[in-house]
Write a new protein. Sequence first.
Length: 219
Amino acid sequence: MVIDINARASFQGEGEHETRRYTVGSGNNKQTRYDADAYRVGRNFDFYVDDLTIEASGDKLDQTTAVNSNNVINAILPYPLKDTVRFNANYLRGFTSEKRDVNRSTVEKLVGTQVRDIARWQAWLNASFYGRGIRWDAEDVQVKGELWKTVYLPVWLYSYLQVNSNGQKFLHYVAVNACTGKTMGSVPIHKPKLLAVSAVIEVLGIIVGGGLAILLLFA
């Protein structure tokens, strides 16, 4: 799904601007301290979200990281949506297509979360003076208008089912944005081999470190 949203945001909170940085103590007790001025901060603005893209497959929306890596789909965004054309079934000839199987109500909460995140980012862009950060005590985002569309987007998707020795299963995905070539994915990890390689690297590090210490002693 692709959503355009016209909204208004209001933020109220407290921001800090650093005025002084200094060091106290010495040796292991040395500490860096800061002085900062605190200000009440308010931001009210209209903003427009253009082509917010949300996965519309119930299977891919399941991002339970304990059993799969479906979240890689979001990592290959964005798509050049300005180049989209009216749907024609001939475009899908020779390819596998997956129809939308979730309703708008299923993803509205997710859309709302992303819109609020965009609003927070926009508020922060106009508040760089508060380098020590801003704590927002009150946030309000009101949607004034929205347009929902459904599009087919091309993706090369590969999967691999990893079955561990204890029978636990994990589904790995590798996704490629077929328009931009952007790639993201996860690969199976053989933990015993990983631990063995880590141990070898640690031993080599100790040997190399010891050899350098001997050279320094005799230099």
